[in-house]
Design a protein around this ligand. Sequence first.
Ligand SMILES: [Zn+2]
Length: 153
Amino acid sequence: MKQHVEKIKATINELKRIDNKKINTKLDLNKSERVLDKLGTLASDCQECEQQLVEFENHYNQILDKNKHLQESDYKQHKKLIREAYSHLQKNHKLLPEGYYLSVFISVGISIGVMFGLTIFDNIALGLPIGMCIGIAIGSGLDADAKKNGKTI
Ligand SMILES: [Zn+2]
């Protein structure tokens, strides 16, 4: 499987070298690489990861072939593949998207901030930023931990 991942990555690198902004942003190649890395390490124990790797390999070969003649349907297909891989990794391997805790705790922080702002401080303008800062602190801490433990995609 390692070989497959290396091959797909080589294809992605070629795509990056084409230096076509549209391809780079629409395909979100850095994110694709992170997904591929995870699939690659999990594929030895998980058939679905293995199968998705094969699909990615075919898909990127096609993309590279078409290169300047890529159409909306190709981008759509790409999004679909990434989305499927993402949901599989989240559901079956308990992985989290990057920045997951940050987004969760910012919204929790904001609601708590508003609540305290309304009750204890009697001033929303004061409670809101405090809640948000605490949310950012907790969220980014948890994200860093998750990343260190290889739990993020
Ligand atoms: Zn899997």
